[in-house]
Design a protein around this ligand. Structure first.
Ligand code: HEM
Length: 413
């Protein structure tokens, strides 16, 4: 359905969202997005893939205000919700309510089920295990063929092993769930393929929860199974939560490891500093925040539907309209980060919005942080000669996926 934008501006004259990336600067946000940001307007109308014209929030301050505003809803079935893909739009009505698509008290109930499993303290306890897995994967990489492909060798197995361990999913089945996650995250799959893949993953998680109801262990799926047994949750409610955690828990960190490695190889002085200061925890943790800011891999998020009219920044925002907070635009906002196009691992970037903002801010952020800190304090120290084994122009970037990344990264040493 085509909409007409405010002040009679036809939808086809509005800027398209998302805009394409530059082939020569694939790590930077799309040039047209940066041009929109440079207009200085906090909020503009854009044209989406389906002809609808959601608001696009461009500045760091605007996004923080909107993402914590109760008049915006994460309910994907709410009128005007700006869907990322046709598949998501088509199946919105059948989506089970879960942590990522509910609001207020209902959302808080879902969050409470997970908070104790993902605290900063729990993640620190996991740090030695994350270090051991990283070292083992690097040992295997060094003993194997040179060059090798980094996603396969390190980026995917590390977060997949960790999230499997936390959830209680057998890692031997990683090829199955990694393949299905790639399909559900892709923006170009048909609604039928997407629905079939989601249903397969849900059935898989349901089956695991049922097994854990009979034979519980110390893991998140067993906790969910306990809730099903006590009547607190139904199995139909528990499965989507396990599914979200399994997909979000490995694909995001994996993309971040690969993308950051390729980016650092374009910045040899920054890479040398990171290698030299790999024993300095504060420096490494700051460097990870800067990589998260610079790359902002959830490049199509965050999305909300307006449920009540309100005035904001001189505009009337109406119920039934969509809002997209472009997280890369916020993270490259010069009012929030001086000289944002410069990668500076020593800067203080912890106020970035790569994990979102407000009640839906990422549940797994502490896990992702520890994984990235361990990888970036280990990889370049253990393999100081690590280099790209392909031309940058030949790499295939994941513009067509909800999590930005690189499909294959050949590396040599
Ligand atoms: C570098 C890694 C990661 C990035 C950049 C990232 C980014 C994000 C963002 C931007 C959101 C908010 C979406 C919105 O407001 O609509 C989010 C939510 C979420 N993330 Fe992550 N994430 C990462 C890793 C993880 C991991 C490792 C897990 C699981 C263990 C995870 C689980 C979740 C869940 C369950 C939500 C939904 C929270 C809610 O709606 O209340 N994420 N993530």
């Amino acid at each position: 359905m085509s909409e007409s934008a405010p002040r009679g501006e036809p939808a086809d004259q509005l800027p398209q969202f998302p805009a394409p990336r530059s082939r020569t600067c694939p790590f930077a946000p799309p040039p047209d997005l940066l041009k929109l940001r440079d207009t200085g307007k906090p909020l503009v109308r854009v044209r989406s893939w389906d002809g609808t014209t959601p608001w696009l929030a461009l500045t760091h301050a605007t996004q923080r205000a909107l993402l914590s505003d109760k008049r915006l809803s994460a309910n994907i079935g709410a009128p005007g919700y700006p869907h990322t893909t046709a598949a998501m739009k088509e199946h919105a009505a059948q989506m089970q309510p879960s942590i990522n698509n509910t609001d207020g008290a209902e959302h808080a109930r879902w969050r409470r089920m997970l908070t104790s499993s993902f605290t900063r303290r729990r993640m620190e306890i996991l740090r030695p295990a994350i270090q051991k897995i990283t070292d083992d994967l690097i040992d295997t990489m060094l003993a194997g063929p040179n060059p090798t492909e980094l996603n396969e060798a390190l980026s995917l197995p590390l977060p997949s092993l960790m999230i499997c361990e936390m959830l209680g999913v057998p890692y031997e089945e990683h090829e199955f769930f990694q393949k299905h996650a790639t399909i559900t995250n892709a923006v170009n799959k048909s609604p039928e393929e997407n629905a079939a893949t989601t249903a397969t993953l849900r059935r898989y998680i349901s089956g695991l929860i049922e097994k854990k109801m009979d034979d519980p262990a110390e893991d998140v799926l067993s906790d969910l199974g306990e809730r099903v047994k006590s009547g607190d949750l139904t199995l139909e409610e528990a499965a989507p939560l396990g599914h979200i955690l399994l997909v979000a828990g490995h694909d995001t960190s994996a993309n971040m490891i690969t993308l950051s490695t390729a980016l650092l190889m374009q910045h040899p002085e920054q890479l040398a500093a990171l290698r030299e200061r790999s024993g300095d925890d504060a420096y490494v943790s700051g460097a990870v925040e800067e990589l998260l800011r610079y790359l902002t891999l959830p490049h199509l998020l965050a999305r909300r539907a307006v449920v009540e009219d309100f005035e904001f920044e001189g505009e009337t925002i109406r119920a039934g309209e969509g809002v997209i907070a472009s997280l890369p635009a916020a993270n490259w906002d010069p009012d929030a980060f001086r000289d944002p196009a410069t990668l500076d691992l020593a800067r203080s970037a912890a106020h970035h919005l790569a994990f979102g903002w407000g009640p839906h801010q990422c549940v797994g952020q502490q896990l992702a942080r520890v994984e990235l800190q361990v990888v970036f304090s280990t990889l370049f120290r253990r393999i100081p000669t690590l280099r790209l084994a392909a031309d940058l122009e030949d790499l295939s970037f994941k513009e067509d996926s909800q999590a930005y990344g690189i499909y294959q990264l050949p590396v040599a040493w």
